[in-house]
Design a protein around this ligand. Structure first.
Ligand code: DGJ
Length: 385
């Protein structure tokens, strides 16, 4: 893997689309969360062949972007947060609410294929990269079920925030995602689980459930050094996070869980470990609209967790640079170079949501990040090594 140490003068300008604060159907932050998403979006619910990478509706939105610019599949050598990010074929990357997995020097980016609205009409995409800048589209790794409207993952369900971990005992790649059954808005609050023998999939959908019979919306997975895995999810109508220990095969909760950040209305959890401590970056709960990021630290995954201050610093830190966390990626395991990865949602056209990747700096027990128009991952080095 090649590390570019110097930024080349950019011929591009940062393009920031107007961020819309219009209320849209959201996952909600209280008891009234179970809204009827389908009513608003059924009109766009077209069908297409199962094998397509994206649905006609998703294609329509993304093609508008692709056609509005000169196609550009040039090699990239820096991050440009908030700009349109194209894959190695010149197509706009469609992998929102992403989860990352690294194996043999290859980074894998799993994400939601978004169309204009929030309904899943394609499924979960996968991209791969060896340098984090240039991503190759590996296709759809979990497709919605277009043949069975009663399937848990029927076309028109809501499938968000896929995360993949590898189980050393079973040799299976295990994917968890937030699942809302078709036609129930955000009312069903379930976790879906799929497996594959290879990282590139396809992933076979196994089941969906409420972990420990509790609600589960925004979620992530974390595997500790000892192989123990956890699902961390917004529960109790998004008021309280649940940290669920998983069984040894990572396919379900083992029954042990803790309630954390009680009543703090946190979403979008991203968990990572540094210097033997567990760190969490998350968001508040304002639907598709951005808010101040949360940060917390613990000596034990099951808590107690101590909340720290907003990791974002400087202008627009109060709205996390108009983004919502989805993952914190360590560039090389053990390097301490962490990247904050977030989504800048565009609720008017979710396919045109952008990606905000920023370097995290570690100082005195906490992480901070500030805005950068353009940067390279050599700059993600912690202040205190
Ligand atoms: C915020 C969540 O973080 C997103 O994943 C999505 O569920 C939206 N809410 C929907 O309102």
């Amino acid at each position: 893997m090649q590390l570019q140490q110097s930024l080349k003068a950019s011929k591009y300008r940062l393009v920031i689309t107007g961020f819309c604060l219009i209320a849209t159907t959201t996952s909600g932050c209280g008891p009234s969360a179970a809204t009827s998403l389908d009513r608003r979006f059924l009109a766009g619910n077209k069908t297409g062949p199962n094998t397509s990478q994206t649905t006609p509706q998703a294609n329509e939105s993304i093609n508008a972007i692709n056609n509005s610019n000169l196609m550009n599949a040039a090699r990239l050598n820096s991050f440009r947060p908030g700009e349109i990010w194209r894959d190695t074929e010149g197509q706009v990357i469609n992998a929102h609410g992403g989860g990352f997995y690294v194996e043999n020097g290859v980074y894998y980016w799993f994400g939601e294929v978004k169309g204009q609205d929030g309904l899943a009409r394609a499924g979960i995409s996968l991209y791969s990269s060896t340098d984090l800048y240039n991503w190759r589209n590996e296709g759809l790794v979990l497709a919605v079920d277009k043949s069975n409207p009663d399937s848990d993952i029927a076309e028109g369900a809501i499938i968000e925030r896929p995360k993949v971990i590898f189980n050393k005992k079973t040799k299976k790649y295990v994917m968890w995602f937030h699942l809302e059954l078709k036609g129930q808005g955000y009312g069903s609050a379930r976790a879906g689980v799929a497996v594959s023998d290879t990282v590139r999939g396809p992933y076979r959908f196994l089941t969906s459930f409420k972990p420990n019979n509790e609600m589960s919306r925004d979620q992530t997975l974390f595997v500790d050094d000892n192989g123990k895995a956890y699902q961390i999810a917004a529960s109790e109508e998004n008021q309280t996070m649940h940290i669920n220990e998983l069984t040894d095969d990572y396919l379900k909760p083992n029954g042990k869980f803790v309630r954390a950040f009680i009543g703090r209305s946190m979403e979008a959890p991203a968990v990572f470990k540094y210097k033997g401590r567990y760190h969490l970056i998350a968001s508040g709960c304002t639907g598709w609209d951005p808010n101040s990021a949360r940060q917390a630290v613990a000596d034990n995954m099951m808590g107690p967790w101590t909340e720290l201050d907003n990791p974002a610093q400087g202008p627009e830190s109060d709205v996390t640079f108009r983004s919502q966390s989805t993952y914190v990626l360590e560039v090389t395991p053990g390097s301490g170079q962490f990247i904050y990865i977030g989504d800048r949602w565009n609720p008017d056209n979710l396919a045109d949501s952008r990606y905000i990747w920023l370097p995290l700096q570690y100082d005195n027990g906490r992480f901070t990040m500030s805005w950068k128009d353009e940067w390279q991952w050599g700059q993600a080095l912690p202040v205190t090594p």
